[in-house]
Ligand binder design. Structure first.
Ligand SMILES: *Cc1c(COP(=O)(O)O)cnc(C)c1O
Length: 359
């Protein structure tokens, strides 16, 4: 027998991290409506770019994805030094939190919101300050502003919000920006911006509020979740330490080429966005016909706030062949864009209703 030995231990805040939740029944279902992926595969132009670049896979990419940065800077009319790219906007969020927060500091964010937030704040060693959504499942701007203390280094705004789909109006976001001290970073996570109803533009606000960092991604409206490409836009002064701390070669050459091709293929993105608009309309109106009101969604998903019925609905969805994202006691988030999957969820809801009225 080996002697018991002391093993290396991670920092306590790492050992305390919660785990990411997984979609239920993911291996057996016909449709994945659990991860907000695009239901449309990449365009032929993107697939061709991947193959062409893959042939040179023995060579390093540029240090900081120069071609994609140039394309994004031109598209957004910002200087190239205001743009950073990374392996998904999540990795950029981790970089921002690591550079600007840390032990003894606080990060204010709405809750329920994206489940990665408390994890990434924890990795940075900072303290998460979750502020409950209001009764309409929306960010509570006044409560978030009130939660800012001298220890606050960042306020994290998910707009549109995952998993509820709710959005801030530009007036509400301006109220938040006007109320937060200028030395506190306001991180706008705009992962779903292309699907939004309000169309609040964080990059436009950034010109007035240089403490804003905007995070966007190719994972949703550009349909490249598997390629891992995201980007951040910030005032050059805020971007400078992010550039300094960025991992070199953070984007693979294949991912960069795919993103450049996807950016150029606006017709394909428009088709993805249209499939989402149509799916949202269909699912929300049919749910309303079944007596279930859902919040207006600016994302590629619909939030079904069934509270204690969430787990039963999750199981019924899996039984009808579709995986969804469930937060027990709160609700179920359904990715839209695939009519058969939406109809499977509706069949599950209908069946549960039938069961409830049988008793
Ligand atoms: C999907 C999603 C992202 C995107 O993550 P990537 O790392 O870019 O794939 C970021 N924020 C929110 C709220 C999301 O739902």
């Amino acid at each position: 027998m080996t002697r018991p030995i002391a093993l290396p231990r991670a920092r306590p805040e790492i050992e305390a991290l919660p785990a990411y939740s997984r979609a239920s029944g993911a291996a057996t279902v016909r449709w994945r409506a659990s991860s907000n992926e695009s239901t449309v595969a990449p365009s032929p132009a993107v697939v061709e770019a991947i193959a062409r670049t893959g042939a040179h896979g023995h060579l390093y990419p540029t240090l900081f994805a120069d071609d994609l940065v140039a394309a994004l800077a031109e598209r957004l009319s910002v200087p190239a030094d205001a743009v950073l790219t990374g392996a998904g906007s999540l990795s950029l969020l981790q970089q921002v939190l690591t550079a600007f927060t840390g032990p003894g500091t606080e990060v204010v964010h709405a809750w329920r919101s994206y489940e990665a937030y408390p994890i990434l704040i924890g990795i940075a060693g900072a303290t998460a300050v979750p502020v409950p959504l209001d009764a309409q499942h929306r960010h509570d701007v006044d409560a978030m502003v009130a939660a800012v203390t001298p220890r606050t280094r960042a306020v994290l705004v998910c707009n549109p919000n995952n998993p509820t789909g709710t959005e801030l109006t530009e007036t509400e976001l301006r109220r938040l920006l006007d109320s937060v001290p200028s030395d506190v970073l306001v991180i706008l996570d705009e992962a779903y911006r292309e699907f939004a109803v309000e169309q609040v533009d964080g990059v436009a606000l950034l010109r007035e509020y240089p403490n804003v960092v905007v995070l966007r991604t190719f994972s949703k409206a550009y349909g490249l979740a598997g390629l891992r490409v995201g980007y951040a836009i910030a005032d050059s002064a805020v971007a400078a330490p992010l550039h300094a701390a960025a991992p070199p070669f953070g984007l693979s050459s294949v991912a960069e080429a795919a993103a450049c091709a996807a950016l150029a293929d606006s017709g394909h993105t428009a088709r993805i966005v249209e499939s989402v608009h149509s799916g949202r309309r269909h699912l929300r109106s049919e749910l309303a016909a079944l007596g279930i009101e859902t919040p207006s969604s600016g994302g590629n998903f619909v939030w079904i706030p069934v509270g204690d019925g969430a787990t039963a609905l999750d199981e019924a969805c899996v039984a009808h062949g579709v995986s969804v994202r469930t937060f027990a006691g709160e609700g179920v988030r359904v990715t839209v864009g695939e009519r058969d999957a939406e109809d499977a969820v509706l069949a599950a809801v209908d069946e549960l209703r039938g069961r409830a009225t049988d008793h």
